[in-house]
Design a protein around this ligand. Structure first.
Ligand SMILES: *Cc1c(COP(=O)(O)O)cnc(C)c1O
Length: 481
């Protein structure tokens, strides 16, 4: 088997193997790791995935990315464990909404959003790699909602990991807060910061910039710039495509998009040879990507709150991975582009690149009113209750079916990104139905919470993290003595 090596999009960091890329997250030159070459699968390889269980598809598809060595040997067991805990035996079931429109439900994991699909595997990969190396890490992250709980569920009860999640006190939904604070594991530490999400993010950035703290605690991150998350997400694109007749039958995907991580995984599957005719971005009012695909100019604007908060993002960090390919993998050119974009908040690509991008990608912007109307319409016509993020995908898919941007015989698969019970108010407003939590979470409102409230102050927060890790490691050393 050919083993993939990874290069940085900025071209100044060393080429690494999978395990080092997993543990590094961001490349040392500020770039993102991507495969030096995409592993190629021929028609028979795709066909062989048909009808197989999700975990078997994952083990087969991910093997070349992981390469050889102990982690590769553990991979089938780790994917088996990762997807055992999902609330649906198909892991990511397809539901038909209309004769050409399908919904790929990605929200049957422990925290009810698609991030579980990648993070459940990521936590196990980290644990396996760190255990073998005899290393421990401290994961620090800021969340406005979904990522925090998915990361906590992925890392809970893992000996080699302490995890600290900062969230803005009083500014997450109750479901989102309880999904974080009711996890009883001793290695999980929730911090409610007296400030905004941006304050939380600044505190996390400051911790990473603090070289002494970073070294002392072996700080690490699990945000969507980690290559292993993208890799894990390629699996459901392949599973859905072969279920609808691939590789002979091409398909199109519509992806509610924030950081461009999810849709980039679809692009990665296509780079491996999966017949994907189109990839269509759905955005909310925060439409930087829709404006880019319309105009060729990437230009920031302020972030506005919407009914789909997980997509309220200004700069899509994973877009850099796609631009790298669009620039013919010219790292120097990409680095220049990113520098100007960071300085001016705006940058253009040329007409040739735009033609190339538009040949594969489409984009559509959906406002809150259309989001509510789509939830109501889907419920009335199919009985299916969908969340606001998923509704943006469905509205985008309907627009693409109407304007003929997908060939007439190609099925369109909209990605269902969150369970409706995560956003009960918006769902009830649109459909009159108050969605209930799956039975495994039914007692969420009765579980006791564990959270430390801290001032929005770097000294206070970093001391808390430092002391907590110190105490926990001391306790672990005493236990093993
Ligand atoms: C994270 C998230 C998104 C955005 O996904 P990206 O990979 O950042 O583009 C969309 N919807 C939901 C529900 C999410 O949790």
């Amino acid at each position: 088997m050919r083993t993939v090596q990874y290069v940085s999009t900025r071209g100044q960091a060393p080429e690494l193997g999978f395990e080092d890329v997993l543990l590094a997250g961001l490349a040392g030159d500020g770039g993102l790791y991507v495969p030096a070459q995409w592993p190629q699968r021929v028609t028979a390889d795709w066909r062989a995935l048909r009808g197989r269980p999700y975990a078997a598809v994952a083990a087969d598809l991910l093997a070349p990315f992981v390469g050889t060595g102990p982690l590769a040997q553990a991979l089938p067991r780790l994917v088996g464990d990762a997807y055992d805990g999902f609330g649906h035996p198909a892991v990511t079931p397809l539901v038909q909404l209309d004769h050409r429109l399908w919904l790929l439900e990605l929200f049957h994991g422990p925290t009810l959003a698609f991030k579980d699909v990648a993070l459940q595997l990521l936590g196990r990969l980290f644990d396996d790699a760190l255990g073998r190396r005899g290393e421990r890490i401290t994961i620090v992250g800021a969340t406005s909602g979904d990522t925090g709980s998915a990361a906590i569920e992925a890392c809970r009860d893992r000996d080699a990991i302490e995890i600290f999640i900062l969230f803005p006190k009083g500014r997450t939904s109750e479901v989102q807060r309880r999904q974080m604070t009711t996890v009883p594991s001793a290695n999980v530490h929730c911090i409610a910061v007296e400030g905004t999400f941006d304050d939380c993010q600044d505190l996390v950035k400051a911790m990473f910039a603090d070289a002494a703290l970073r070294r002392a605690l072996s700080l690490s991150a699990v945000n969507s710039i980690n290559w292993a998350r993208i890799m894990a997400q390629t699996v459901y694109y392949a599973a859905a495509a072969v279920a609808l007749g691939g590789p002979e039958q091409p398909v199109a995907f519509v992806v509610p998009t924030g950081n461009f991580g999810n849709i980039y995984a679809g692009y990665a599957a296509r780079c491996m040879g999966l017949p994907v005719e189109r990839l269509i971005v759905g955005t909310n009012r925060n439409d930087i990507l829709a404006r880019f695909f319309a105009s060729g100019t990437l230009a920031t604007a302020g972030v506005e709150p919407t009914l789909s908060p997980s997509m309220d993002i200004q700069i899509s960090s994973n877009f850099e991975r796609y631009l790298f390919d669009l620039f013919g993998r010219d790292a120097g050119r990409l680095a220049d582009f990113m520098q100007v974009f960071r300085r001016d908040g705006r940058m253009e690509v040329g007409p040739d690149q735009m033609a190339q991008a538009r040949a594969l990608f489409g984009a559509h912007r959906v406002d809150d009113e259309t989001t509510l109307a789509t939830m109501a319409r889907v419920h009335a016509r199919t009985g299916q209750v969908i969340d606001p993020h998923t509704a943006i995908g469905v509205a985008t898919a309907e627009a693409a079916l109407d304007d003929g941007s997908v060939s007439p015989d190609v099925p369109v698969i909209a990605l269902g990104c969150a369970h409706p019970a995560k956003f009960p108010e918006a769902v009830a407003k649109a459909t009159g139905v108050r969605p209930t939590l799956p039975t495994r979470l039914a007692d969420l409102y009765d579980r006791s919470e564990r959270v430390t409230t801290l001032a929005n102050d770097y000294g206070v927060v970093s001391r808390f993290v430092h002391h907590t890790v110190h105490d926990r490691r001391g306790a672990a050393a005493r236990d093993s003595a």
